[in-house]
Design a protein around this ligand. Sequence first.
Ligand code: HEC
Length: 140
Amino acid sequence: MKQIAHRAATILPAIALTLALGASCTLVPGASPTPTATATAIATSAAAVAQGKQLYDANCAACHGPDGEGGITVGSATSANLRAPDLDQVYKSDDALIRRAILDGQDQDGEALDPAMPRWRGKLTDTQVNDIIAYLKTLR
Ligand code: HEC
């Protein structure tokens, strides 16, 4: 009797440990994709597009044209066409790269854009940049 009780005392913690490890293993794969998915998602609601148009008209249209057509000379550079087909082609439809171009002035390969293109980090919030991108996606 004494021996059985002793054996149970060593087996039970082992079972508890196995269950705990099993539980943590099944939790990890489900937990990681969520933050990356939300970090790059662009809200494309009508409200976001309307907000993006206002921000574009106020901050970008002077150099990129009223409809995002670009082709305007700024210093020694020519402003880029920001309409959806052009931008999607250059940035391979990667919203994270488009956001980086706007915030940090880096092209699709990470090279610096001409200094004539302002760096918007600190001047526009993430939400504002997302709204502008949502608007640019409506331009053809
Ligand atoms: C003072 C003029 C100016 C303003 C204001 C400006 N841009 Fe630009 N932008 C440029 C120029 C010039 C280029 C091209 C840079 C180059 O060729 O290296 C450019 C390039 C870009 C690019 C890269 C496009 C590509 O094909 O690689 C994006 C994206 C962009 N601008 C978005 C914006 C957005 C969004 C705003 C407003 C928040 C804005 N720009 C405001 C001048 C401007």
